[in-house]
Design a protein around this ligand. Sequence first.
Ligand code: G6P
Length: 529
Amino acid sequence: MTERQLWERYQKHLCGVESVGLTLDVSRMNFTDDFLARMRGPLDKAFDAMEALEKGAIANPDEKRRVGHYWLRAPELAPEPALTKDIQDTVAAINAFAGDVHSGRVKPPGAARFTRVLLVGIGGSALGPQLVADALGSTADKMQVFFLDNTDPDGMDRVFAQLGDSLRETLAVVISKSGGTKETRNGMLEAERAWKRQGLDFGAHAVAVTGEGSELDRVAQQGKWLRTFPMWDWVGGRTSVLSAVGLLPARLQGLDTDGMLAGARDMDVATRVRDGVRNPAALLALMWFHAGGGRGQKDMVILPYKDRLLLLSKYLQQLVMESLGKELDVSGAVVNQGIAVYGNKGSTDQHAYVQQLREGVNNFFATFVEVLKDREGESMQVEPDITSGDYLLGFLLGTRRALFEKGRESMTITVPDVSARTLGALIALYERAVGLYATLVNINAYHQPGVEAGKKAAGVVLELQRKVLARLRAEPAKAQTAEELARAVGAPDEVETVFKVLEHLAANAPAGVRREPGTSRFETRFRAS
Ligand SMILES: O=P(O)(O)OC[C@H]1O[C@H](O)[C@H](O)[C@@H](O)[C@@H]1O
């Protein structure tokens, strides 16, 4: 195709949302008009399913729950007045609480004000807040936000070290929809201990966002925490960023949460249009289907040319892969669906893995994200008539062209800036694209049965560890191999797990397990010291 023909294709297929200034360019995807025509029927079904979902259908049959993240930014669309009121009241409560924190009306016992937020959460209870904080934050923020999003002790220590003496001015926001996620529970316990060590009452510094009646809800009540904000069962973790999960930390940080909600609301309006060519969420879903043959055969590489959107790919990884990565379709047939998502940012990635994208295995399609506004204020010229931002666009367009020349497909999303409105719109765009694509490939986007397997298996490991420790302590003088201990605890076939657990215990002093070298690594003996 000549450059002129590409320009014509660009104009023909460019899909824009005026209200948020976003465009989606699919001209460098090699679909045909015939493909669009063929997909009209399946897309109609996807629109029907989405309409039913928005009206309150049970979209997650496993958990028998509705899926209502669209109502969060348009509460009047919730299927019952009580839900509408819940949403509105919660937004009002968050705004009032954040206002009180900023003004010092709600304050810590030993300081005039809360100046920092420590968010404890994981998965959908961290990724959205992290994206928002990084995309929209600045040195002018009202509060600085820190995160514990793992059960890695050293990772937590690093954060506590950064917080240092400022814990007395730090508000802990513990977020868990289920209220029972172990990583978050551990983070909360470690946080509680950190506060106690400084002689501070954790409850007077803590708020929770969780489902009513959850374990976390009970802990918060018993510990007399400052507040609890609701997390409803009809909001999925990976689509919760515009519920209290994302709104509370963002508002505390001083960000424009109203703008985020408005951007998402505007995008929802634009993506309800039943037309695959004019609706960018539908067009995205169609392109994913085209690229991967409806089987996820191509990976989605997200390339925002903007540092502030660095976490977009991580956020989308959960949204897309947890929603679409399914073993079974809705009829119960084994399909092993999904689309792998990765990415970082341009032009940084051009100096890392773009080499493979251009010349290596052709197993992906790229999505460039272009941001028109370079920065607040003016830019210097790094060369006559050229700024750093001009370079950024040059690199984006250059890579887009270089990929196309080698038969590698790409799309480009263009937004005016990285603002609250734009971010809300981007989030809403992908949420709906995922929902529509799920119907196109006949899977349920709203459950995550696979995640449970790893959690259960982890529980088995910890149970085994308890038994092994009990055994070692029962005979402290006796050094034993993993093989002997596995047999002794009645799990001879679990010897590998026992071996791994022992190595870990021996590497960490408090467990009181010592190793004595044997004739080989696997003959190492362990005993309680
Ligand atoms: O918010 P929570 O209940 O703590 O859940 C946190 C995360 O963990 C789970 O394993 C789910 O797979 C995620 O979808 C969820 O976002």
